[in-house]
Design a protein around this ligand. Structure first.
Ligand SMILES: Nc1ncnc2c1ncn2[C@@H]1O[C@H](COP(=O)(O)OP(=O)(O)OP(=O)(O)O)[C@@H](O)[C@H]1O
Ligand SMILES: Nc1nc2c(c(=O)[nH]1)N=C(CO)CN2
Length: 158
């Protein structure tokens, strides 16, 4: 049994429903138990800025799935909700990212854990900090709360 954190994001269609549906599908998998859910945050688009605002949240799950199978199930949820991949960082019905999986650092074909960009993204760190401020980022050896505060202060240099 492992603890993992997933980031959810949506900026097309019925955004609240998209999050509800994604959580529903995640919890329908017998290998996944949702333990905590952050609030839903309305966030300005990061990276590619000429697109609608996002709703973002972070959830804590307990799972028997391996990191790769958790990723694949997240991709399946994206597919079931009708996401069509068009452009990197572009608009999406739902995005499911594996942020952290236990204290693992993995860099394999389809999966990099911790998520490579997570420490630079307020839309990830703010909800993550709400539900799990003490979780340690395995690469930087800093807590989510420390990373969040650093990002807010603008002192990140990695
Ligand atoms: N930790 C991870 N979580 C989710 N996807 C990952 C992760 N690491 C690598 N990937 C790969 O990235 C691909 C996701 O591409 P996607 O189109 O969702 O990127 P994006 O959402 O536009 O950008 P970002 O991943 O920076 O949020 C997946 O097919 C998956 O194989
Ligand atoms: N606010 C916000 N901006 C983004 C998001 C997101 O989920 N929220 N996802 C992106 C690609 O993964 C790119 N930019």
């Amino acid at each position: 049994m492992a603890i993992a954190y997933l980031g959810l994001g949506t900026n097309i269609g019925e955004r609240y429903k998209n999050l509800r549906d994604a959580i529903d599908l995640l919890s329908k998998n017998p290998e996944i138990t949702i333990r905590k859910k952050s609030q839903i945050y309305e966030t300005a688009p990061y990276g590619k800025t000429d697109q609608p605002n996002f709703l973002n949240m972070v959830i804590e799950v307990e799972t028997h799935l391996s990191p790769t199978n958790l990723l694949y199930y997240g991709l399946k949820v994206e597919e079931m909700l009708g996401r069509v991949r068009k452009e990197v960082w572009g608009p999406r019905i739902i995005d499911v990212d594996v942020l952290i999986y236990e204290d693992l650092e993995l860099n394999i074909d389809d999966l990099t854990v911790p998520h490579v960009e997570m420490h630079k993204r307020e839309f990830v760190l703010e909800p993550f900090n709400e539900i799990a401020p003490k979780v340690v980022h395995p690469t930087f050896k800093k807590t989510i709360n420390e990373l969040y505060k650093e990002l807010k202060r603008g002192v990140m240099d990695y």
